[in-house]
Ligand binder design. Structure first.
Ligand SMILES: C[S@@+](CC[C@H](N)C(=O)[O-])C[C@H]1O[C@@H](n2cnc3c(N)ncnc32)[C@H](O)[C@@H]1O
Length: 277
């Protein structure tokens, strides 16, 4: 449980990937339970696409799944390897990580996968190509799982975003709202398997962050990195803190996140004649 310690801490001049690894939370056990049920056992290899620094790969591996994380960003993969080395003591159980893109998985993975998961990454990919690539490596009736996240845009988040925009105009949106993409992830997944086997579940989560955790969360974004901020980093941090404290004097900020977990079993044909549920 966080507490509202509003004293300024120091913020190392590290890259955003370091902040991403250290301050972006791992998935909670309740979500891993759900994923474990969808993936099922026995299961060979689970591929975590857009793995970042292993937020999902690491807890899945600790559950005994053999996980390969794929991400296009080398700096994140290096941090993922470092974090997994710290958090998964048994070398044989450690997830492995590889630099690669969702749209060309076969270029970086040898052998098939028994499950493919897009962990908060599907909306950043070229989705049709990414699904084709996933299908090409999946073993028969293996699940494709898409995890989408939606955060409630509370006032503190809006003002923090405005400060960040002022200091480092984003080269792309800070977030992409999966609901704003014309064809939904669910409808794309339906095209892969039969309609009846697309399953959807929601997990609602609330986390309380201290003001320092909020600042570090912002420094974990490429557009707000220490590198981009350069000599203005301290001014940015002070402005962000002052602005946040004006919204919420106690220095505790709640994050309301809703996770949508969609899954489909590719090649599962049992109800193709049965029509929609
Ligand atoms: C929002 S982060 C999610 C990180 C982590 N999976 C999580 O759930 O917290 C999205 C990740 O997708 C990666 N990514 C975006 N497009 C990609 C692509 N086409 N192929 C592989 N990775 C991609 C980004 O580099 C980033 O690490």
């Amino acid at each position: 449980m966080s507490h509202g310690n509003t004293q300024r801490r120091t913020y190392p001049r590290n890259g955003w990937e370091w902040y991403f690894a250290n301050y972006r939370p791992l998935y909670p056990e309740s979500v891993i339970d759900r994923l474990a049920r969808i993936v099922g056992r026995p299961c060979g290899r689970v591929v975590d696409i857009g793995c970042g620094t292993g937020q999902l790969s690491i807890p899945l591996a600790r559950r005994g799944f053999r996980v390969v994380g794929v991400d296009r960003w080398r700096g994140l993969i290096l941090e993922a390897e470092r974090l997994a080395g710290q958090m998964v003591t048994d070398v044989l159980e450690r997830p492995t990580f590889v630099v690669g893109v969702a749209e060309a998985l076969a270029d970086v993975l040898d052998g098939p996968a028994d499950a493919v998961i897009f962990s908060k990454s599907f909306h950043w990919t070229k989705r049709d190509a990414a699904l084709d690539a996933a299908k090409a490596i999946l073993s028969p009736s293996g699940p494709v799982i898409v995890i989408n996240s939606k955060m409630r845009q509370d006032e503190w988040m809006r003002v923090a975003m405005a400060v960040a925009r002022e200091f480092t105009p984003p080269s792309r949106p800070f977030t992409v709202d999966p609901d704003q993409i014309p064809e939904s992830a669910a409808s794309l997944l339906r095209k892969m398997g039969s309609r009846r086997v697309v399953e959807r579940c929601l997990c609602n989560m609330v986390a309380s962050l201290t003001i320092d955790e909020v600042v570090r969360y912002w420094l974990a974004m490429p557009d707000c990195s220490m590198d981009r901020l350069g000599v203005r980093a301290d001014t940015f941090i002070d402005r962000l803190r002052d602005t946040l404290l004006r919204v919420n004097k106690d220095g505790v900020f709640d994050v309301h996140e809703s996770l949508e977990i969609l899954s489909v079993r590719v090649g599962y044909e049992s109800d193709t004649k049965g029509g929609a549920p």
